[in-house]
Design a protein around this ligand. Structure first.
Ligand SMILES: Cc1cc2nc3c(=O)[nH]c(=O)nc-3n(C[C@H](O)[C@H](O)[C@H](O)COP(=O)(O)OP(=O)(O)OC[C@H]3O[C@@H](n4cnc5c(N)ncnc54)[C@H](O)[C@@H]3O)c2cc1C
Length: 388
């Protein structure tokens, strides 16, 4: 077992870090407080080969591994946390499911635009009455000649104010087997996008409404029976969320450590107070432990899809570690840490959201428990037993 990066991975990490330091660090604070998608960063990253890292060169990607994409998130976030969202979009988000299962015609139409940073894709999965119970989704797709007619609503979709193309989970028929997905362009008649709302992180999201929205049949990404594949693709998205949680926690940790070495109270630097030293030790234990779980899930997946269990355990650990460390970093930096003059409070707000997004901590723990007991625990209310 080797706990170090390979020579190529080290070189790649250094290259990405240099790019981030030169091009992204200077605007990091301003960028974090802008709710809109940073297309300028996306175009820069496209030129650097940081979008489509795991896609084949034949498809316009770099032919790298999922571990390479995790390294990219870590190195970018260390200099500009907000820009790590662009690495997420270009490597882990719905683009990954799209690249895996899209038809040649669909990819010819949209993949190039996405990988060049000119277009962003949003994922419409959650509905007002289908959050953790995602398979309760009701947005319907009814066949009508060469079209599907879509009706329903989606909420909380990241990047929705700026996306040109949406990957929408729909129901073609009853049950889990009836779930699949379609690709819907922003201007499609019958598709309306509500006014932007904001998460605690200031990221904007819009309600998506479909009213007799006619989508050409060739826009179907995964037909009925596609839910399992969709979830396999979504585990990649979860790993991006996992990697950002950890990277934001580490960003806050580093900022607090630097601060504790220079800020003096009672005539001594903060780092000389044992009450704070132990906080740092606890934070390092959390970060390093969670990092190993993230690397296991990414390294075992390589270019394929990561395992559901390894993803669940890594995401729960990194979501918790990232938030707890960022929260402690705010405490250590006092009122400055709580102010928008530093990015530490931003890291705390962002990491909080990932404990809910893309499989909440509780739902991940349900999945982990199933592995532990080697049986499925159905979360649904059982129908009352028939009277004897
Ligand atoms: C920052 C952010 C970004 C997001 N981006 C997107 C996106 O791009 N696209 C998209 O479609 N959606 C997105 N979402 C929505 C996200 O997927 C949902 O918030 C998530 O699935 C939880 O659903 P919910 O919010 O409706 O909570 P609910 O499902 O109503 O759950 C409420 C609480 O109950 C707990 N709970 C529910 N069921 C169980 C159970 N069986 N056992 C134990 N606890 C349970 C949950 O863990 C949670 O704490 C995003 C959310 C956030 C916060």
């Amino acid at each position: 077992m080797d706990f170090d990066f390979t020579a190529e991975q080290k070189q790649f990490a250094e290259q990405v870090r240099r790019f981030a330091r030169d091009h992204l660090a200077p605007g990091a604070l301003k960028r974090a407080h802008d709710p809109r998608f940073p297309f300028d960063v996306a175009r820069l990253m496209a030129q650097q080969g940081l979008l489509g890292i795991t896609l084949s060169q034949h498809e316009g990607g770099q032919g790298g591994t999922l571990m390479d994409a995790v390294i990219a998130i870590e190195q970018i976030a260390a200099e500009c946390p907000r820009s790590a969202d662009v690495v997420q979009f270009g490597n882990f988000g719905p683009i990954r499911t799209f690249a895996e299962y899209g038809t040649p015609a669909q990819k010819a139409r949209w993949l190039g635009e996405l990988l060049s940073g000119r277009m962003v894709m949003s994922l419409g999965m959650t509905e007002p009455d289908a959050g953790s119970a995602l398979t309760d989704l009701t947005t319907s797709a009814r066949a009508d000649g060469a079209y599907y007619v879509i009706n329903g609503s989606k909420v909380f979709s990241t990047f929705s104010p700026d996306a040109q193309i949406f990957l929408i989970y729909v129901r073609f028929g009853p049950g889990v087997g009836g779930i699949g997905s379609v690709l819907v362009e922003r201007e499609t008649p019958g598709f309306s996008i509500g006014a932007p709302s904001a998460f605690m992180s200031d990221e904007a999201w819009c309600e998506l409404h479909f009213k007799d929205c006619r989508v050409p049949a060739e826009n179907v990404l995964l037909g009925p029976g596609g839910f399992k594949k969709q979830m396999a693709g979504f585990n990649v998205e979860r790993l991006g969320n996992t990697a950002r949680s950890l990277a934001y926690g580490r960003y806050a940790f580093n900022a607090a450590r630097d601060y504790a070495m220079t800020r003096e109270q009672f005539g001594r630097p903060l780092c000389e107070f044992q009450g704070l030293q132990w906080k740092f030790a606890d934070m390092a234990i959390k970060l390093d432990g969670a990092q190993l779980l993230l690397y296991r899930a990414a390294a075992n997946a390589d270019r394929g899809m990561p395992s559901a269990y390894e993803t669940a355990i890594a995401k729960a650990a990194c979501n918790q570690a990232g938030f707890e460390v960022a929260n402690e970093a705010v405490q250590i930096m006092g009122a400055l840490g709580y102010s928008r003059e530093t990015l530490v409070e931003y890291c705390m707000r962002r990491t909080r959201g990932w404990m809910i997004a893309g499989g909440s901590i509780e739902m991940l723990k349900n999945r982990i428990a199933e592995q532990i007991f080697d049986r499925r625990f159905d979360q649904r209310k059982r129908p009352p037993a028939a009277a004897e």
